[in-house]
Design a protein around this ligand. Structure first.
Ligand code: GLC
Length: 484
């Protein structure tokens, strides 16, 4: 009897842990039924590499995006500076940043050209973050970049979202609007009658349905503005997953334990309107899962294995999403390895850069993109239009294949401590059997003759060391034409 009980408990434990692991990235993924969405999603999966930008008035203080006005006792919400001692004084000063926001160096064409040269093919831009400040010309509030209260409003490029979208669209990018569902400035979300307690709505929507309804309309109207006044949009990237129906809250996920109220924003209505204006639009209702999360977005992390649905890792080039003057940027080597590992598991990389209050990126950001671009020019055929190939990665060797499975790409990554790839004299291929017709080319050095041999029953590349063009940097790629 005891034995049976124990095994039931054990089984239960296994189910719970398996379930909790799944929650890391996805659950209940719903394949979109709209064929236009399917097509756009397939195209988006082929282009692999995008740019995320977090930009708002918070850049003036060089602090975390929005979170310092959230009254939660967490490391990243910590207030700093002269107003930090008193929450309400702080929020007042923070919101006053609107009156000094004047990014006169704003030149989105410069960004688009640099991103394009690096091989990026889509952009996601913060039209509104959690603090509610709108980087577009909304009619729903004056807390926006185009308000007369904001000095930049007199600039011909004041409708920043429009300018960013146009510049990147001109460079052939897919266009994504980041939009925060929660809004910590809107009186229908944080009702000034009560003090805010945490990131959530600060009243019970069931008790004050009219106020919540006003919030639903506020959100709907803003998204409608973005979907109608800003040209062709491909992705609606909705952040702030705590705004969701209570029934979808998953208390096994730690951050969702604070969600006590039903915050149903009526995604069905929003999605219908958005797709009427932007047919085939990808909607990314982050972390909520279900029919309005067309792809899943692990944050600052790379899954170990391919996921059973479309996904994208969003990762910062520095440590912060927002501009922080002293931020430490990842090396080109780290960034290229991230990209390679992500695509080898079938994902996309959405790499974030935070613009400064003057409206430019740091020199480091440009130089990283330039270096990535140089590497991409040699290797891009092994990046775009690829799909995973088991074993994905083994001992710094990464495997991918072209979508039509005619080409295999074997990446040899550099050592972590140096940028240089040390190609061995022989490279045993894991799980790949070559035949006499297989043709091998080292993309980095196509003139060199790579032969192959079977050693201990394993297909092995023989790499002549003599004529190697050195140094090979970041990651070298063997292309194997492999029509069987
Ligand atoms: C996190 C941050 C949020 C940021 C987002 C981007 O959720 O809290 O500020 O916008 O990541 O993925």
């Amino acid at each position: 009897m005891i034995k049976i009980k124990l095994s039931i408990v054990f089984l239960f434990f296994i189910i719970i842990t398996a379930d909790a692991q799944q929650h890391n990235f996805s659950d209940n993924y719903v394949v979109p039924s709209d064929t236009l969405v399917q097509q756009k999603l397939a195209h988006w999966q082929d282009i692999k590499f995008g740019l995320l930008m977090h930009w708002g008035t918070y850049s003036e203080w060089g602090i975390v995006e929005s979170w310092s006005i959230c009254p939660e006792d967490e490391g990243w919400t910590q207030r700093k500076g002269p107003y930090a001692a008193n929450y309400f004084d702080y929020v007042k000063a923070y919101e006053k940043l609107q009156t000094t926001f004047n990014p006169v160096k704003f030149n989105p064409k410069k960004w688009a050209d640099a991103a394009k040269d690096a091989g990026m093919k889509y952009i996601v831009f913060t039209t509104k973050h959690h603090d509610g400040f709108c980087m577009f010309d909304t009619k729903q509030t004056d807390y926006k970049v185009t308000s007369p209260n904001t000095p930049f409003s007199t600039n011909p490029k004041s409708n920043i979202t429009k300018e960013v979208f146009n510049a990147f669209r001109n460079d052939g990018f897919m266009i994504g609007a980041y939009f925060s569902k929660p809004d910590w400035h809107c009186p229908y979300y944080w009702w000034p009658y009560f003090p805010p307690k945490d990131r959530n709505v600060n009243y019970d929507p069931a008790k004050y349905p009219e106020r919540w309804n006003d919030f639903k309309n506020y959100t709907y109207n803003q998204i409608e503005e973005l979907m109608t006044g800003y040209g062709h949009v491909d992705i609606l990237w909705l952040d702030g997953g705590w705004v969701r129906p209570l029934k979808t809250v998953d208390t096994s996920v730690e951050w969702q334990r604070t969600i006590h109220y039903n915050q149903d924003i009526d995604m069905k209505r929003i999605a219908a309107m958005a797709r009427k204006n932007q047919p085939g639009l990808l909607i990314v209702d982050r972390t909520v899962s279900g029919e309005f999360e067309n792809y899943v977005t692990p944050e600052q992390t790379i899954p170990h294995e391919p996921l059973p649905h479309p996904w994208e890792s969003c990762i910062t080039m520095g440590n912060s999403w927002s501009y922080v003057p002293t931020d430490k940027y990842k090396s080109t080597n780290q960034l290229i390895h991230m990209l390679v590992r992500i695509i080898s598991r079938g994902g996309n990389l959405l790499l974030n850069i935070g613009p400064s209050p003057e409206g430019d990126w740091s020199d480091t950001a440009y130089s990283r993109l330039l270096e990535i671009g140089k590497w991409m020019k040699v290797h891009s055929e092994a990046v775009y239009n690829t799909i995973p190939l088991a074993p994905y990665e083994n001992d710094n060797v990464v495997y991918l294949q072209s979508k039509d499975k005619q080409q295999i790409y074997v990446y040899v990554l550099s050592d972590n401590n140096t940028d240089e790839v040390a190609l061995p004299a022989t490279l045993k291929l894991d799980n790949i059997t070559l035949n006499k017709k297989s043709k091998v080319v080292l993309l980095d050095n196509p003139s060199i003759k790579i032969s192959q041999k079977t050693i201990d029953d394993v297909s092995t590349l023989i790499i002549p060391q003599k004529n190697l063009k050195n140094p090979l940097r970041y990651a070298a790629v063997f292309k194997i034409e492999h029509s069987l």
